[in-house]
Design a protein around this ligand. Structure first.
Ligand code: SAM
Length: 263
């Protein structure tokens, strides 16, 4: 896939990008994007928790790694961040760009898995929500950490949400998903309230242990890594009831990871 420079950041240049992961084929992208728009886990936990971990955004330069269709990118932009988002999926980025054109927030998007940005442009923060779990092996994982590290100012932080490597309830229906694992592959089946699958096939991602994440971050030059338990926004409990979120904080399928460039 060629990198498509939809709305490039100043001085960004073009280079060849790797193909998007198989599960983000055109059809799946559309269906997945539809599910994401109504996903209570994203709306009431992953996104608000990522915002909390990122902290104050007003006036901050932020790199959104794996921005997808831009829903969360827009939430960050609405809080005052100046954002550059990239993603290897053309369909997802086109959707993000269309929304940016309808309601401009000054977000720059590019289709790539590693855009060439001028070394003079450095970010205060890098964010990735459920992206590192798509790095197919240790080398790819380290490449994403390396790209984040190279793009950040010396005081920068890389804030991510990933699948919790120590999640215990594999095989059970939890929230609106059922997770299973075979070897280093994780499968997430999206379920409706009756437990019926919403997508034609489960989403595949890669299991990385906490040690593997930490090693990749340190090899890329981050000085330390902190793990952050996720909780649920009170509005989510109000909307879906506390039963829906049973054992969420105790055995959460997702976890926050903050990598710091300085001590
Ligand atoms: C689960 S989606 C998350 C999208 C968005 N961050 C969100 O939370 O709504 C994962 C995204 O990561 C992107 N992705 C996969 N590999 C990537 C890589 N190496 N670099 C950047 N993005 C990648 C996919 O194309 C996909 O859009």
């Amino acid at each position: 896939m060629n990198e498509k420079n939809i709305n490039p950041i100043e001085n960004a240049s073009t280079r060849k990008a790797a193909p998007a992961p198989e599960q983000y084929s055109k059809e799946m992208s559309k269906e997945y994007a539809n599910v994401v728009e109504i996903d209570p886990v994203k709306q009431y936990s992953q996104f608000p928790e990522e915002l909390k971990l990122l902290g104050k955004l007003k006036g901050k330069k932020l790199l959104d790694i794996g921005c997808g269709s831009g829903g969360f990118t827009r939430m960050m932009a609405e809080r005052g961040a100046e954002i550059f988002g990239y993603d290897p999926s053309l369909e997802q980025v086109e959707k993000a760009q269309e929304e940016e054109e309808r309601h401009p927030l000054g977000i720059k998007y590019i289709v790539s898995d590693r855009p060439s940005i001028s070394p003079d442009i450095k970010f205060d923060l890098a964010s990735s929500v459920m992206v590192l779990v798509h790095a197919e092996d240790k080398q790819k994982l380290q490449e994403i950490f390396q790209y984040a590290n190279d793009s950040l100012k010396t005081t920068g932080r890389f804030v991510s949400i990933v699948l919790n490597p120590n999640f215990k309830r594999l095989g059970e229906a939890v929230y609106n998903r059922r997770f299973t694992r075979e070897g280093n592959k994780n499968f997430a089946d999206f379920l409706d309230s009756k437990g019926t699958s919403l997508l034609p096939e489960p989403l595949t991602s890669i299991h990385h242990s906490k040690d593997e994440y930490e090693e990749a971050a340190k090899n890329a030059g981050f000085k330390r890594v902190e793990w952050k338990t996720l909780s649920v926004d009170p509005r989510g409990k109000e909307k879906l009831g506390v039963e829906f979120w049973d054992k969420y904080e105790e055995d959460c399928p997702w976890i926050g990871l903050v990598a710091y460039k300085d001590e």
